[in-house]
Design a binder for this molecule. Structure first.
Ligand SMILES: NC(=O)c1ccc[n+]([C@@H]2O[C@H](COP(=O)([O-])OP(=O)(O)OC[C@H]3O[C@@H](n4cnc5c(N)ncnc54)[C@H](OP(=O)(O)O)[C@@H]3O)[C@@H](O)[C@H]2O)c1
Length: 429
């Protein structure tokens, strides 16, 4: 048996404690696969006085840099979260020749390009997207024989739970959010999830891997789910769709990166992904469609990805780096399509006066701006204003915006109450 490899665990919260539990539960198997013993020498936390029940004899410190600098540490596991000091600690460890395993999507989305170009073989980040679902390695290695032009993901469990509850129980966004908080699926301050920003970080990472080119958060068009009304989920259902917060990376002559609520046909595999479950759908030119689905968060699922990376790091260290990765980015930065140039079918709901001829006025405004209508639901003869709901054929965002401006100005229109994209999957948009 070879000598023990020293490990520093930075963070012993949800994910860090899961890592320790998995190492305790499956130590023999894991060490056999890692080629020898793994010795967790340090655990860095913020508070040394917090009571903890950790299955380890490692030294506890509130100075993570001390653990990183220990020459007996070969692998640093960063599961603290946040951009700093995590980025600095990761970079320090890499610069010292150590391997780093991280679950930190913020660090990888914001600094991944720089770090991966400098240290392509020693930074491991399977847990940074979709927690327990293996998706980084499949994109980076298993699907290497494919050209991938599209990635569609449900990569935020909180928002998927909220949308599933609004759809299935007919409750409001506020009620579903309160339920998610009570169940521990949403933070007290859920802004990061609800705004789509969490999913946007993960999309940057998925796009970098799928398209082998660097992207940044500024490239992603982001809309959250905070404005969604249950009525729109009900109309979507009538049209044969469900509403999901989708992360979309698509490559045509330009790359399109967007996170937004979208109507998805009920028969699409992603439409059936409910609750806190995550899923990533890709289409390889050799494999055809593939979907990776499972627990996108949680202590043991996320730790499962972290430990797999730890084993990979140990194997690389023990084989003296004999399995080098080629450069991740084989391409320069492709052109990223600005939002106004994007083309998509749209779902639109207007609140209008209940009078003959209103539909014709709106249809005419659409026509003047090259937006054609695919289907309509008209509710009428009740209390004013009434709903008039459309699904359009694919339209340029710029044309749609002009049409909406004209429609908003019509005296018969009270309000443009909803405007959502329709996503039909590859080849159908
Ligand atoms: N939770 C999930 O299901 C999940 C899923 C996928 C990815 N991730 C990612 O995994 C990372 C960790 O998440 P988590 O949920 O495990 O977080 P957490 O439960 O809040 O735990 C964070 C841990 O890091 C320690 N810590 C924080 N800042 C520190 C500092 N400056 N110095 C030393 N220690 C510090 C904390 O110490 P104290 O214990 O003293 O507070 C705590 O032990 C994040 O990047 C997150 O995005 C989490």
């Amino acid at each position: 048996m070879s000598q023990a490899l020293g490990v520093a665990l930075l963070g012993a919260g949800t994910v860090g404690s899961g890592v320790l539990r998995i190492l305790e539960r499956h130590r023999e198997r894991i060490e056999a696969r890692a080629g020898g013993p793994l010795d967790v020498r340090w655990i860095a936390v913020r508070s040394l006085t917090k009571p903890r029940d950790l299955p380890t004899n490692a030294r506890l410190t509130d100075d993570p840099l001390e653990a990183v600098h220990d020459p007996g540490v070969h692998v640093v596991i960063e599961v603290m979260g946040g951009e700093e000091p995590a980025t600095h600690l990761i970079e320090t460890a890499l610069a010292q020749g150590k391997h780093v395993v991280t679950a930190n999507k913020v660090v990888i989305a914001r600094s991944g390009q720089r770090l991966l170009e400098a240290y392509p073989d020693r930074l491991h980040y399977e847990a940074s997207v979709a927690g327990g679902i293996p998706i980084i390695k499949p994109l980076q290695e298993c699907l290497i024989a494919n050209r991938l032009d599209q990635v569609l993901g449900i990569v935020n469990g909180t928002t998927n739970y909220i949308l599933s509850r609004m759809d299935q129980a007919g409750i409001s966004f506020g009620e579903a959010l309160a339920e998610a908080q009570a169940a521990g699926y949403a933070e007290a301050d859920p802004t990061y999830d609800i705004s789509g920003l969490d999913a946007a970080h993960k999309l940057v990472i998925l796009a970098m891997l799928a398209f082998e080119a660097p992207f940044s958060l500024a490239d992603v068009h982001v809309e959250g789910i905070g404005q969604l009304e249950t009525t729109d989920l009900a109309y979507a259902r009538e049209f044969g769709y469900t509403v999901k917060l989708l992360a979309v990376a698509r490559r045509e002559e330009a790359v399109e990166l967007r996170v937004h609520p979208a109507l998805l046909p009920r028969e699409h595999p992603l439409a059936k992904v409910d609750g806190v479950t995550n899923a990533v759908f890709v289409e390889g030119d050799a494999t055809g469609p593939l979907m990776f689905t499972g627990a996108g968060a949680g202590s043991l699922p996320t730790a499962s990805s972290v430990v797999a990376d730890l084993v990979e790091a140990a194997r690389r260290l023990r084989s003296q780096g004999q399995e080098p990765n080629g450069p991740l980015f084989r391409q320069g930065r492709p052109r990223v399509r600005p939002p106004e140039e994007m083309v998509s079918p749209f779902y639109l709901r207007f609140r209008v006066v209940d009078r003959p001829g209103v539909l014709a006025q709106i249809a005419s405004a659409f026509g003047r701006h090259q937006v054609s209508i695919e289907s309509v639901i008209q509710r009428g003869r009740g209390h004013e204003p009434v709903d008039l709901v459309f699904i359009t054929h694919p339209a340029r965002v710029a044309s749609l915006s002009q049409a909406l401006e004209a429609i908003r100005a019509l005296p018969v229109v009270h309000q443009v109450a909803a405007c959502l994209r329709v996503e039909r999957g590859w080849g159908h948009a």
